[in-house]
Ligand binder design. Structure first.
Ligand SMILES: [Zn+2]
Ligand SMILES: [Zn+2]
Ligand SMILES: [Zn+2]
Ligand SMILES: [Zn+2]
Length: 340
């Protein structure tokens, strides 16, 4: 799409706004007589915009300068109009980069600033130094009011959209479509954790030795190599739903740290696991029950864990191979005390 597709006859562009450029609106026609600061004007005008729907998708592949407004081609006169902005950055204040909120101000060159920035900038436009803070930008206020922004995980399947600003940030913290990275070395796949599970099953099925399938409550013996520096993990996949869990080891001075992590976002609605992890030695066994932590990508080798790990002390180590046993369960299966 190019800026040629922009349709200035859009209802949203009443008031003389011709082009939307990157982070600000370039004004093409602005009669000074219209630049009233009177807040009571045009309440009616605002009401008639209620039916306008703006959908913003944050497509990181798109050129930031390439902002296109598209009107839906619904034939009905009364049907809501849908406008899509491929990049939601245009709705951020170009000075502080926070989401724009009413009131929004503009200088005589059409540069925008939020209310707080006008105060901080002492009413001087940061781009051209003209006065700013007396002339409202009502067209932008309308876009913000009517605007819906899609979740930044839309590309991973999230259909959630909401009005621009804080509400979306709240959603994104609990979005089950948050991106997760495939733990296989040299595989650059990123997707929602469910897609990752499928990807894993489809693409890495033929990598025996690296991947072990598991069933809940059934213990498995596995080995971690201590000498191979670029392979510090064993990957498990749950047989039914395909949840991917990585067991990683990190070598420190007091011994070897072992972590168990589910490759999934830490949000409600995602399956939770716990595990019983054991290091076997001839006459002793070190065993730990722990909650499997959700992480969206495996830890790098240098990222030594600070908590939620098993520390295998040096005296329990022999040779370069760590023979261990793991048993997965749901939620808190392996965390509670015996008899409780
Ligand atoms: Zn600002
Ligand atoms: Zn300016
Ligand atoms: Zn989402
Ligand atoms: Zn992969």
């Amino acid at each position: 799409m190019s800026t040629k597709n922009f349709k200035p006859q859009s209802m949203l562009c009443q008031g003389g706004f011709g082009k939307v450029y990157g982070r600000w609106i370039e004004e093409t026609r602005f009669p000074p007589s219209v630049s009233s600061t009177d807040d009571s004007s045009s309440e009616e005008e605002e009401e008639e915009e209620e039916e306008t729907l703006v959908v913003l998708s944050d497509d990181s592949d798109s050129d930031e300068e390439d902002i296109t407004l598209r009107l839906s081609k619904r034939p009905s006169f009364s049907s809501p109009k849908s406008v899509t902005l491929p990049n939601s950055n245009v709705l951020d204040c170009p000075n502080c980069f926070n989401p724009l909120k009413k009131p929004i101000f503009q200088c005589n060159n059409g540069h925008l600033a939020c209310f707080l920035c006008c105060i901080k900038l002492k009413k001087r436009c940061s781009f051209c130094e003209l006065p700013i803070g007396d002339v409202r930008c009502r067209a932008m206020e309308k876009i913000i009011k009517a605007g819906l922004v899609s979740c930044s995980n839309a590309m991973h399947g999230c259909k959630q959209s909401t009005t621009y600003g804080n509400k979306l940030l709240l959603h994104e913290k609990v979005c089950v479509f948050s991106p997760c990275s495939c733990p296989i070395k040299d595989c650059n796949y990123i997707g929602s954790y469910k897609d990752l599970n499928n990807h894993f099953r489809g693409t890495h099925k033929q990598s025996p030795g690296e991947i072990m399938s598991f069933v809940l409550k059934r213990p498995r013996i596995f080995g971690l190599e201590l000498d191979v520096s670029d392979n510090n993990m064993v990957i498990f996949q749950e047989e039914k739903e395909g949840d991917v869990i990585v067991v990683q080891r990190f070598i420190g001075s007091p011994g070897v740290y072992v972590t168990v992590s589910h490759i999934a976002p830490m949000v409600p609605g995602v399956r939770k696991f716990s595990c019983s992890l054991a290091k076997l030695k001839q006459y002793s066994t070190l065993r730990l029950g722990l909650r499997v932590k959700n992480i969206q990508k495996p830890r790098s080798q240098e990222e030594q864990p600070e908590d939620d790990f098993m520390l295998i002390p040096s005296y329990m180590l022999s040779g370069d191979h760590l023979k261990m046993q793991i048993c997965f369960g749901e939620e808190d299966d392996f965390i509670h005390m015996l008899g409780q």
